[in-house]
Design a protein around this ligand. Structure first.
Ligand code: ZN
Length: 392
């Protein structure tokens, strides 16, 4: 990267020219500006004409001095200023012999093509087109989730949403992650911020606005016996179990273990929704139910909602006999109050495999399945994985 002032004049050879350097961390010279003439297959051109990046052409149109700017990017000279991971193209006085034209000011959000070769002789290397961010929804309820996928030649990436940073996991045709909205996350505008690295080392960022919609939580009145109240609602018991579950739900596997649609893990009526508030023995509504309750007779088979790996089979004070399955990419499902287990820890399961049976173990007032979903530890409404309200 030391050769920073290479230059060739005329025609296509003037594709990329580093014009300045600054001292980077570690003492290496980091180019600050690249004079860039847009070729038909260059990143800028492909990005500009891609119908999938609809946000960009208006921005280019607004900022460019050309009448039909982004369609005519070919041959246009841009000075590309390296600002962090972003490229900002600014006017560049003609430097390439034989070239003429306007000097628009444009900003484009595209991966920064590393400039290891300041002088390009012969055909330009083919840049990697920028990736595309696909969101299952841009409006999501509290306790809902957005499935974010990044397609293209991406080697890795992270997504920051609601202050939480998540890895993009390897999917079938893209990198992906489930961006969960917690029951306590505020409604209103939010932002999805993606940082990615392409397979050629190029880094870049993408940002998309989304809206979080408030959920109206239901309230349920429950009655517990004195013994249950005394033994099982002990804050220390609750806290210890929450800590244990938080640890298990923090499991991260960088590959996709789930496959296909999500299944209802047991037949029966929904007796309590996720996020429901509870009034216990006449007290004020408090807390948010951490799962979906499905009532049915003890012994009713419980199946895995999707493929994955069993990471916990354990008897707990509140959740009773519980199985947790890792579906990869930070997404896990839990099944509580089971009367019996049909799987062991470490076992791979397919969606639909029997993992246990409905029961009444733990803090429970009748036989039912307590079904949980969590992404990066954020408890989500499992029913939204079935009803399409998350957009997937
Ligand atoms: Zn429950």
């Amino acid at each position: 990267m030391g050769g920073n002032a290479g230059e060739k004049r005329g025609g296509r050879e003037c594709d990329r020219r580093v014009t300045g350097v600054k001292q980077g961390k570690g003492g290496s010279n980091v180019p600050t500006n690249i004079d860039h003439v847009v070729l038909m297959k260059s990143i800028a051109h492909r990005f500009a004409v891609s119908p999938r990046h609809s946000a960009l052409p208006p921005r280019l149109t607004a900022m460019s001095t050309l009448p039909a700017p982004w369609a005519n990017l070919r041959g246009m000279r841009l000075r590309v200023v390296l600002a962090g991971l972003m490229l900002i193209a600014v006017p560049f006085a003609a430097a390439c012999a034989g070239d003429s034209g306007a000097a628009p000011v444009v900003t484009y959000i595209t991966p920064y093509a590393p400039p290891p070769t300041p002088t390009v002789a012969g055909p330009s290397p083919t840049p990697i087109p920028p990736p595309e961010l696909l969101l299952s929804a841009t409006s999501v309820y509290q306790a809902g989730a957005i499935l974010a996928s990044l397609t293209g030649e991406v080697s890795s990436g992270t997504v920051t949403f609601l202050g939480r940073k998540q890895q993009l996991a390897k999917g079938t045709q893209s990198l992906y992650t489930f961006l969960g909205v917690g029951v306590l996350d505020p409604s209103g505008p939010a932002e999805i911020h993606v940082e990615f690295t392409l397979k050629n080392g190029t880094k870049g960022t993408l940002t998309e606005p989304v809206t979080i919609v408030a959920t109206d939580w239901t309230v349920d009145s429950l009655a517990f016996t004195d013994e249950q109240t005394a033994n099982l609602l002990d804050p220390k018991v609750v806290e210890a179990e929450n800590q244990l579950l938080a640890g298990v739900y923090a499991t991260y596997t960088g590959e996709k273990l789930w496959d296909g649609p999500w299944l209802v893990p047991a037949p029966g009526a929904i007796t309590a929704r996720m996020g429901e508030q509870r009034s216990i023995n006449g007290g004020p509504p408090s807390g948010h139910h951490g799962g979906t309750d499905i009532g049915n007779e003890e012994g009713t088979p419980v199946i895995a909602a999707n493929s994955g790996r069993v990471v916990m089979v354990k008897e707990l004070a509140l959740h009773g006999n519980m199985v947790i399955i890792d579906h990869g990419g930070g997404l896990l499902t839990g099944y509580g109050h089971l009367s019996k287990f049909a799987v062991q820890e470490g076992q791979d399961v397919k969606g639909g495999d029997v993992i246990g049976a409905v029961g009444n173990t733990g803090l429970s007032t009748g036989a039912h399945l307590h079904w949980e979903v969590a992404s990066y530890g954020v408890r989500l409404d499992a029913l939204r994985f079935l009803d399409g309200s998350n957009g997937f």
